[in-house]
Ligand binder design. Structure first.
Ligand code: FAD
Ligand code: NAD
Length: 475
C-alpha cells in the first residue's frame, strides 16, 4: 500500500522546509522531499540558501570584513597587530562547518516536528500523487491531500560564457574557491556580483565587474545607489556600467572576456570569471506533463496571491514562483500556505519585503523608492540622516552612508525606508515593522531610540522628513 500524507513538500530550501514544519505544527502529517547534493557528494537539506547561498556567502563576508578591518582599521583604534595573514583553507573550513551545522539542524527540526524528511527526487503526477525516487532504491508513489512545490532556482547560464566549473564559474563555485585569484572578473553587478566581488577583493583579487545596464543597482533608491557606488569605487571594485559582454573564452590559465560599451569594443583577461546575471526558476522534471501545472513565459510556476496553482490542492512557493528571489519571501509563503491548508487566515504582504545587500557598507530597503513614489503621482516628502553624524557610527569607525525616509505628504504614512551604512540589514527591521503597521512618520519620530545606537539614525531621518532633525542641520 502506498504511503500517504496530509502535505507533501517537494524541495527543502527555506521555502519548503518551513512549509513542512508549519504544516506539522498544525497537526498534519507532512513529508519533505529533497535531492540537494553538495560538492562532497553528500545530500543535505536547506537548498540553495543554506548550502550555496545566503549562509556560506555571509560566512565569507564576515571573515573577509574582519580581515579587511584588521588591516585597515585596527591601527586607528590603537591596536598593533603586525602583519595580518588570511588562511584561505581555515576560512573555508569555517564556512563549511557553519553550513554543516545549519543543514544538519534542519534534519533535527524535521525529527522534532515529526516531518518525514525524504532524500531523493520528487515529481508531481496527476491526482496529487508524488513519485518519490530515493537516492538508492526503487521509486514509490506517495499520496497527498496537498502538495507544495518549492523547487527553487538555478543560476542563469550565458551561451556566450558557458560555465566550465573551473575558470568560468557560478556563485556556488565562487563560494568554494581554495585560492585567491589574482584577477577576478564578474559578469553582473547585482547582489551576488557585489557580495562575492567584495569577498575576493578584500582578499586581494583585482576585481572587475561588467554590468550591462547603465544604471548602478537599478532596483535601489538612486540616492542610496550613488553612495554605494562611491564606496565600492573607494574599495577598489572596478565596476564598468553599460558593458555588454559579447564573449568569454578560456585560453590556458586565463579567461578572455570581450565586452562592448559606448566607447567601443574591449577585452580583459582574468584568472576566474563569475557569471552572476540572475537566477531562473528550477522546475526540471518537477511535474509530469499531465499534472496540470502551468509555467509562465519565464518558466515560473503560475500561482495566485495565495500561492495556489491551477490544480486544486497544489501550491507553489519560493524562488520557483513570481516575486523577489529571497529566502525570507519563500519562508513566509511557506508559512502562509501551511496556515491556509489548516483553514486559518493567512497572507504575505508583498509590499514590505526587506532587501539587504551584505556588502560594507550594507545596503537595505523596504517599501517604495523615491522614483517609484514620484512615478505613482503621490505627493511625498523625504528626510535623510548621515551616519557621519551618528555617535555610535563614529565609535564604530563606520560613518559611511545614510538613512532616507520617504513619507506621504497628505497623511504622513511612511512609504519607503532606504539605508546604506553599518548594520543596515539589522536596522531595516524597524522600518519593516513600521510599514507593516502603516505607521506615520510621526510614529517613528515619537518612538524612543536608545542612545548611542545606529537606530538613532533611522529616528533622525524620520525627524528630518519634517525638518525636525536634532543632530544634523535640516535642509
Ligand atoms: P532553494 O533554496 O533553491 O531550495 C530548493 C530545493 O529544492 C533544493 O534543495 C533543490 O535541490 C530541491 N529540489 C528541486 N527540485 C526538486 C525535485 N524535483 N525533487 C527533490 N528536490 C528538489 N536570499 C536572501 O534572502 N538573503 C541572502 O543573503 C541571500 N544570499 C544569497 C547568496 C547567493 C550566492 C545565492 C545564490 C542566493 C542567495 N539568496 C539570498 C537567495 C536565496 O538563496 C533563495 O531566494 C532561496 O534559497 C530560495 O529558497 P527556495 O526554498 O525557494 O529554493
Ligand atoms: P541580480 O538580478 O541581483 O543581478 C544580476 C545583474 O546582472 C543585473 O544587474 C543585470 O543587469 C546584470 N546582467 C544581466 N545580464 C547581463 C549580461 N549579459 N552582462 C552583464 N550584466 C548582466 O542577480 P544575481 O546577483 O545573480 O542574484 C540572483 C538572485 O539571488 C537575486 O534575485 C537575489 O535576490 C538573490 N540573492 C540575494 C542576496 C541577498 O539577499 N543578499 C544575495 C545574493 C543573491
Amino acid at each position: 500500500m502506498s504511503r500517504s500524507f496530509d502535505v507533501v513538500v517537494i524541495g527543502a530550501g527555506p521555502a519548503g522546509y518551513i512549509a513542512a514544519i508549519r504544516a506539522a505544527q498544525h497537526g498534519m502529517t507532512a513529508a519533505c522531499i529533497d535531492e540537494w547534493k553538495n560538492k562532497d557528494g553528500k545530500n543535505a537539506f536547506g537548498g540553495t540558501c543554506l548550502n550555496a547561498g545566503c549562509i556560506p556567502s555571509k560566512a565569507l563576508l564576515e571573515s573577509t570584513e574582519l580581515y579587511h578591518r584588521a588591516q585597515h582599521e585596527f591601527k586607528k583604534h590603537g591596536i598593533r597587530t603586525g602583519d595580518v595573514e588570511m588562511n584561505i583553507a581555515d576560512m573555508q573550513k569555517r564556512r563549511a562547518s557553519i553550513v554543516r551545522q545549519l543543514t544538519g539542524g534542519i534534519a533535527g527540526l524535521f525529527k522534532a516536528n515529526k516531518v518525514e524528511g525524504l532524500v531523493g527526487h520528487g515529481k508531481l503526477l496527476p491526482g496529487k500523487k508524488v513519485e518519490f525516487t530515493p537516492v538508492s532504491g526503487d521509486a514509490e508513489i506517495i499520496e497527498a491531500k496537498h502538495v507544495i512545490l518549492a523547487a527553487g532556482s538555478a543560476p542563469i547560464e550565458l551561451g556566450i560564457a558557458p560555465f566550465d566549473d573551473e575558470r568560468i564559474i557560478d556563485s556556488w563555485g565562487a563560494l568554494e574557491l581554495d585560492a585567491v585569484p589574482e584577477r577576478l572578473g564578474v559578469v553582473g553587478a547585482g547582489v551576488i556580483g557585489l557580495e562575492l566581488g567584495s569577498v575576493w577583493s578584500r582578499l586581494g583579487s583585482k576585481v572587475t565587474v561588467l554590468e550591462a545596464l547603465d544604471d548602478f543597482l537599478f532596483m535601489a533608491d538612486r540616492d542610496v545607489a550613488k553612495v554605494a557606488a562611491a564606496e565600492f569605487k573607494k574599495q577598489g571594485l572596478d565596476i564598468k556600467l553599460g558593458a555588454k559582454v559579447t564573449r568569454a573564452s578560456t585560453d590556458g590559465d586565463a579567461v578572455t572576456v570581450a565586452y562592448e560599451d559606448e566607447d567601443g569594443a574591449h577585452s580583459i583577461e582574468v584568472d576566474k570569471l563569475i557569471v552572476a546575471v540572475g537566477r531562473r526558476p528550477y522546475t526540471d522534471d518537477l511535474f509530469s506533463d499531465d499534472a496540470g501545472i502551468q509555467l509562465d513565459e519565464r518558466g515560473f510556476v503560475v500561482v495566485d496571491e495565495e500561492c495556489r496553482t491551477r490544480v486544486k490542492g497544489v501550491y507553489a512557493i519560493g524562488d520557483c514562483v513570481r516575486g523577489p528571489m529571497l529566502a525570507h519571501k519563500g519562508s513566509e509563503e511557506g508559512v502562509m500556505v501551511a496556515d491556509l491548508i489548516a483553514g486559518e487566515f493567512a497572507e504575505v504582504n508583498y509590499d514590505v519585503i526587506p532587501s539587504v545587500i551584505y556588502t560594507a557598507p550594507e545596503i537595505a530597503w523596504t517599501g517604495k523608492t523615491e522614483e517609484e513614489v514620484r512615478d505613482s503621482g503621490r505627493a511625498y516628502k523625504t528626510g535623510s540622516f548621515p551616519f557621519m553624524a551618528s555617535g555610535r557610527a563614529k565609535a564604530m569607525e563606520q560613518t559611511s552612508g545614510m538613512v532616507k525616509v520617504i513619507s506621504s505628504q497628505d497623511d504622513d504614512e511612511i512609504l519607503g525606508v532606504h539605508i546604506v551604512g553599518p548594520m543596515a540589514g539589522e536596522l531595516i527591521a524597524e522600518a519593516v515593522v513600521a510599514l507593516e503597521f502603516s505607521a506615520s512618520t510621526e510614529d517613528l519620530q515619537r518612538t524612543i531610540h536608545a542612545h548611542p545606537s545606529l537606530a538613532e539614525a533611522v529616528h533622525e531621518a524620520a525627524l528630518a522628513v519634517d525638518k525636525k532633525a536634532l543632530n544634523f542641520p535640516n535642509k
